[in-house]
Design a binder for this molecule. Structure first.
Ligand code: SF4
Ligand code: SF4
Length: 433
């Protein structure tokens, strides 16, 4: 609900403020150390530096969450969200956007500038991968850390809603286990660094002929990876989406959705709700899907014909796709622009996996959001907080079920509705629209 819940008064209020400001102090100290390591102006023992940086941000975050979130009764409190520069595209939001984008630029194109940060990750990298850290280990660690810390924020903030608690906990565990620990252990065992929570076409290289050949050369483990990739892409994804809609993946498993729903949660209201954006979304996401499908088919044809038909063209196209879609779109625009464009820019406009899930959801799935139109007071909370830019209110006013390809089933529209109008449901496909 978009109104302040009851605030605990005076003494309690002051102690909550103390927690909040102490938390800000710790977080600031952690980020100052981060900046100093990045700039190379301090040189500390790796273990001390990494413990101090992650420890300070962790302790500070929990103190801040306690002071900020638990000073209110359970329930959504979004008061002032459009008055803060950080959450309403003000100067602070733009600065943060530039900082995140800048980090991605360094990560992709100038990784040696991150050496100060990479070196402090060595103790952890040696422990779980058996190898020294590189920029991708640094990135994976930051990514997972962000999902875990901000995941706790989401759980505390939405503690009145069991769906959100359970969903967020699963996202956090999926990232930690399937996208961080297992790939690291595989690396330690000299196996391909495989992410069991990503499949073709979101991770297109998993079904590229050159990679399939590498996997198959790795014995039983590699063969299982090929089997997993094919089975998930062509059997499990359609079946699970038929039963549960897109949400089982986009809101419960995928790391991109995981980051959007945890780190990105403060900016979900910035999604573009215009008709123009909806039209653009339908073109762009399907164009990306068609592109990667064509590229994959070309690579396989080239592999069988030993390059006789497409020569170097398919390889060049795959590289271009990796650069423009994989790096620029999903990383730099998708995450760097959270504070400007909202959190699901990649999921909504670019992700080819979301395109497939969306087609199945729209035409064949049992998932829908039902609306009790008579109860709707047209407050617009649902539309405001829909991260996929869906004008939920327009459906609610008409009492129409919502069956949209883009809906990721995050459940936030239902949670912020003050009248209990919206309900996420699975039921017979027939008659749901
Ligand atoms: S319609 Fe509701 S459940 Fe679907 S993406 Fe928007 S807020 Fe989430
Ligand atoms: S369904 Fe109606 S009452 Fe509920 S949040 Fe949307 S506009 Fe408000």
């Amino acid at each position: 609900m978009n109104r302040p819940a009851t605030i605990n008064q005076t003494d309690n209020g002051n102690s909550y403020k103390l927690y909040k400001f102490t938390g800000i102090g710790f977080i600031t100290a952690g980020f100052v150390l981060f900046a100093a390591l990045l700039a190379g102006v301090v040189s500390l023992d790796a273990m001390i530096a990494s413990s101090a940086m992650f420890g300070s941000i962790t302790v500070g975050s929990f103190l801040y969450f306690y002071g900020k979130i638990f000073s209110h009764k359970a329930g959504v409190n979004n008061a002032g969200i459009w008055l803060s520069g950080l959450t309403a595209r003000g100067i602070a939001g733009w600065v943060l956007g530039v900082v995140i984008t800048g980090f991605y630029v360094l990560l992709y194109w100038y990784p040696t500038t991150l050496n100060g940060l990479i070196s402090i990750m060595n103790p952890l990298a040696y422990t779980i991968t058996g190898k020294p850290a590189d920029q991708w280990f640094l990135y994976g660690t930051f990514y997972t850390f962000a999902i875990l810390i901000m995941g706790f924020r989401a759980i505390f903030r939405y503690r009145h809603n069991r769906y959100q608690i359970f969903r967020t906990a699963v996202i956090m565990l999926a990232q930690l286990i399937f996208a961080y620990l297992i790939p690291s252990f595989l690396k330690a065992m000299h196996q391909p660094e495989f992410y069991f929570s990503y499949f073709w076409p979101l991770k297109p290289e998993y079904l590229f002929p050159s990679n399939v050949a590498v996997f198959q050369s790795k014995g039983a483990v590699g063969q299982f990876m090929v089997f997993w990739g094919v089975m998930m892409s062509f059997v499990a994804v359609p079946a699970l989406t038929y039963y549960f809609g897109k949400r089982w993946y986009c809101s419960w498993v995928c790391g991109c959705g995981g980051l959007a729903n945890t780190l990105g949660d403060p900016w979900r209201q910035l999604s573009d709700k215009s008709l123009r954006a909806w039209k653009f979304e339908r073109w762009s996401i399907h164009l990306v899907l068609v592109s990667i499908t064509i590229i994959t088919i070309m690579l396989w044809i080239n592999s069988y014909t030993e390059g006789k038909i497409f020569g170097k063209a398919s390889g060049i196209m795959a590289k271009a796709y990796g650069f423009y879609i994989g790096a620029l779109f999903s990383g730099i625009i998708g995450v760097g622009f959270y504070p400007i464009l909202g959190t699901r820019v990649w999921c909504r406009f670019g992700c080819p996996q979301a395109a497939i899930l969306g087609i199945i959801q729209k035409f064949f799935s049992r998932f829908r959001i039902t609306t009790n139109g008579g109860q709707c007071i047209s407050c617009g909370n649902c539309s405001t907080y829909c991260e996929m830019g869906i004008d939920v209110r327009a459906y609610a006013q008409k009492g129409q079920n919502i069956v949209r390809a883009s809906c990721v089933g995050c459940g936030v529209c239902s949670m912020v509705c003050p009248r209990g109008v919206l309900k996420l449901e699975n039921g017979p496909v027939k008659g749901r629209v």
